[in-house]
Structure formats: C-alpha cells, structure tokens
Design a binder for this molecule. Sequence first.
Ligand code: DX5
Ligand code: ZN
Length: 231
Amino acid sequence: MVELAFSILAADFAHLADEVATAERGGGTIVHVDVMDGHFVPTISFGPPVVKSLRAATKLPLDCHLMVDNPDALIADLAAAGANMISVHQEVCRHLHRTLQQIERHGMLPAVVINPATPVDTLIEVLPMVHHVLIMSVNPGYGGQKFLPLALEKIAYLKEIRHEMGLNFRIEVDGGVAHDTVGLVVESGADMLVAGSAIFSPGKTEQNAVEFLKLARAAEEAAKQEFIEQE
Ligand code: DX5
Ligand code: ZN
C-alpha cells in the first residue's frame, strides 16, 4: 500500500504540530524529517531537539533523512529523541554496513539513500538489512526542485532486484514528487512517497494530501491490474 511521507521542510516551522496534524488529516501516515548540516548539503534545517518536540506532538512514525557528513554522530541522539526510521546517504558512509547495524541496535529501522548520480548496484550487499531504500529524484538540499526522470528507471531496477533477491524492503522516493509526477513514480514501483511543496500550502494542505493520495492510489491500482493481465 502506498503511503505519503510528508516532508515538513515545506511546512511552517513556527506551527509544526498543527502542520503535521493537518497533513495527517489529509491521509499522510509518515513524517519525513530532513536533517541538514550545511556541509553535505549547503542548507541547515533541524536536528534531534526538533525530532523530540515532534515526538511529543504526533504518534506517526518519524522518518529521518540524514543529509549530513557524519550520520554516525547523530544516531544515539535521534534514537533518544524518538525517531523511528533513519536513512543515511551511501555517499558519506565509509562503513555503511556498520552504520546500518548501529541504527538497528538503537531500536530504529535502518534505510539507505542514494543521490541521482549514485548507481543502485552500490547497495546490493546491504539490501538484506534495510527497511527501505530512498531514491533521490533531485539533488538533495532544497525543497521545490524539479523531478529528475532518471529516478524512474532506478526505482524499476531496484524493484526487479528486490524480486530476484527475494527481499521485501520498501522503496521510497524523494524530490519533486507532486501531483503531476506521482503517478509515474508509483507505476515504477515506489511505495513511500516523500512530498513537501506539493503538500504544504496555507489553507490547502489537507486537500493537497487528499488529492495526492487519490492519484497515488489510482496509479497503484492500475499497476496491479497491469500485473494481473501480464500473468
Ligand atoms: C530535499 C529533501 C526533500 C524535500 C522534498 O533535499 O530531501 O525531502 O523536502 O521537497 P519537495 O517535495 O518540495 O521536492
Ligand atoms: Zn528528504
């Protein structure tokens, strides 16, 4: 079942609890938290203290996407703050396997992220240990960027590999996923859909989420139908 992981990077930071509640009313089921350090990406966003406040404000799972140079240094603090899922960039992890183990040891679900220029094949060895793989469909750092279509092939290829390896990790996609791109993204095989600017908009957030999920579910249904017809 496809899920909307709404990215609070596009929300009003002065009213985070209300923004989360509104997106949840629209059908969002995961809070996507973009942690940025000003080094791995040029921007700075938020870290464990904000995660702790969010934990007190919502029961939804907190999916932390670490866009930082040294993710290992944040794992313990994010666990203590109440994070549920942590995704780390393959590009910064010198010991990716160990970092994923650490996340799991801290009681959270481990995930790995790749930038648009990073091939899916670099992940083969760690696929059995992840809860999900996050395919970036923009270069990370900012919300509101244009979706890069090269992500679609990577999603479809990853889905194929998952089948071949007999695994069941989920496939998340992040960046430029909006009402005009979500159909293709779901048809390619993604089932955790990160969306920020397509969801948060004063007075329209709930409706945006409802419409976004409607399109996502229609694409999911169409893909299932196509699969049945091919069998
Ligand atoms: C980008 C972040 C995204 C961002 C997505 O670096 O990882 O999660 O919030 O924003 P939109 O949905 O506006 O592309
Ligand atoms: Zn993100």
